[in-house]
Design a protein around this ligand. Structure first.
Ligand SMILES: [Zn+2]
Length: 53
């Protein structure tokens, strides 16, 4: 299936091997954020809270 990333607006094909595939099939309206943006967001969250991993 094709999902558009909420953050970068690029479209990604979610295959059955994708980590979020099961979630997307169970809840097709679930918000999708690509791996690239989600890792960026984690970095931002760590930076804003001052936590270091
Ligand atoms: Zn993205």
């Amino acid at each position: 299936m094709l999902k558009k990333c909420l953050s970068c607006r690029k479209e990604y094909t979610i295959s059955s091997t994708h980590a979020q595939y099961k979630k997307m099939t169970q809840n097709p309206s679930a918000l999708f954020i690509c791996d690239y943006c989600s890792s960026n967001m984690q970095k931002d969250a760590q930076a804003s809270t001052g936590l270091k991993s």
